[in-house]
Design a binder for this molecule. Structure first.
Ligand code: NAD
Length: 361
């Protein structure tokens, strides 16, 4: 039976990347039925909303989607489509594999880590009190009563981390490790300083780890983790982090494997899963058939695994890795210099991946 998938091309370079990805996913032979819907800046300009109800309804129904990047204009009234999606569908786990493929220029060729980022809590929960506001004054007065002094010209952001949120994200990290043959989970935190938020995350992580004795567990203080990732990346495997650290380490990981054009992702919840690249809509390259579709293609590969199509996912990953290893039919960002005239476009990269899959068949 065909898998029905919500297909959101996005805006900027999104539609080109999404089309290239759709073609390679279809070439795997897995039966996919696409339910296409808009999100982002273009539909905002046309309909006054960046995320129409019909798009959300489709994801709720199909429970799985793939999405090209969407622009969030600075200073406009509209909220990030990604934040909306995560909130509406409680996509609490962001999974970002960072693997350095052979042929990519990187100082960290041994990197093969998977970042599991909590998506709903922490300083990202949006609980903020503006300097000078009444709420800010009330909160400072209340905290003053508890013996905490905050300067009266301070802005305040609250960092909630719950036992519930910590337990489900660490469980997700162990589940990912088990399903993908990984040997170790590292929990990153700053529990030595933030004892009641990061400290709770660590306490729960240790409890969860006891339920999974077949997978190694360790913890690292976040600053130390960053240091070690760039000195001994081969020692790390699955890394689970609260939201803010996860955000930062995801970009670190993308840099370590050769750039944003290569870093895939999936946002997973109990009701649905949405797969998308780590990078944004790169609007300056819109319509130029130029940018690298690898990150979205690898997100598609993660989606195939999520759908239980492991063999097809492996075939797709091998074909992408082979195109990158050969280094001929690759986009400008994977060439020795950015103005290399032999660079191919987004669509030709997809052709090369399809050729590689056909040749291996
Ligand atoms: P960006 O990731 O879009 O682009 C930054 C630079 O990275 C580009 O100019 C380009 O040089 C390079 N790059 C990005 N993707 C690439 C690819 N596939 N191939 C080759 N090079 C690539 O980041 P930005 O410019 O900060 O953000 C642009 C817009 O995207 C913003 O509105 C932002 O809010 C949004 N955004 C969306 C998502 C998402 O939809 N998931 C994620 C991040 C940012």
């Amino acid at each position: 039976m065909a898998h029905e998938v919500t297909f959101i091309p996005g805006d900027g370079t999104g539609p080109e990347l999404a089309e290239a990805t759709r073609r390679v996913l279809e070439a795997t032979g897995v039966e996919l039925q696409w339910d296409e819907h808009p999100a982002g800046e273009d539909v905002y300009n046309a309909e006054g909303t960046p995320f129409p109800e019909r798009t959300l309804d489709s994801v709720k129904r199909t429970r799985v989607g793939i999405k090209g990047p969407t622009t969030t204009p600075v200073g406009s009234g509209f909220r990030s489509v990604n934040v909306l999606l995560r909130k509406e569908l409680d996509l609490y786990a962001c999974i970002r594999p960072c693997k350095a493929y052979e042929g990519v220029r990187t100082r960290f060729p041994e990197t093969d880590i998977v970042i599991v980022r909590e998506n709903t809590e922490d300083l990202y929960a949006g609980i903020e009190y503006e300097r000078g506001s009444d709420e800010n004054a009330q909160l400072r007065e209340f905290l003053g009563g508890l013996g905490a002094t905050i300067r009266d010209d301070a802005g305040i952001s609250i960092k909630p981390i719950s036992a519930f949120g910590s337990e489900r994200i660490v469980e997700a990290a162990f589940a990912y490790a088990r399903e993908n043959g990984r040997r170790k989970v590292t929990a990153a935190h700053k529990a030595n300083i933030m004892k009641f938020s990061d400290g709770l995350f660590l306490e729960i992580a240790r409890q969860v780890a006891e339920r999974h004795p077949d997978i190694e567990f360790e913890d690292r203080i976040i600053d130390n983790l960053c240091n070690q990732l760039v000195s001994r990346p081969e020692e790390y495997d699955v890394i689970v982090l609260p939201n803010l650290y996860g955000d930062i380490v995801s970009d670190l990981g993308a840099g370590m494997i050769g750039g944003l054009g290569l870093a895939p992702g999936g946002n997973i919840g109990t009701e649905a899963a949405m797969f998308e690249a780590t990078h944004g809509s790169a609007p300056k390259y819109k319509g130029q058939n130029k940018v690298n579709p690898t990150a979205l293609m690898l997100s598609g590969m993660l989606m195939l695994r999520h759908l239980g199509e492991r063999e097809a996912a492996d075939r797709l990953e091998r074909a992408i890795a082979e195109v990158i290893r050969k280094g001929e039919k690759v986009t400008y960002d994977l060439k020795p210099t950015r103005d290399d005239p032999t660079a191919v476009g987004t669509s030709q990269f997809a052709d090369a991946v399809i050729e590689e899959m056909n040749a291996a068949a």
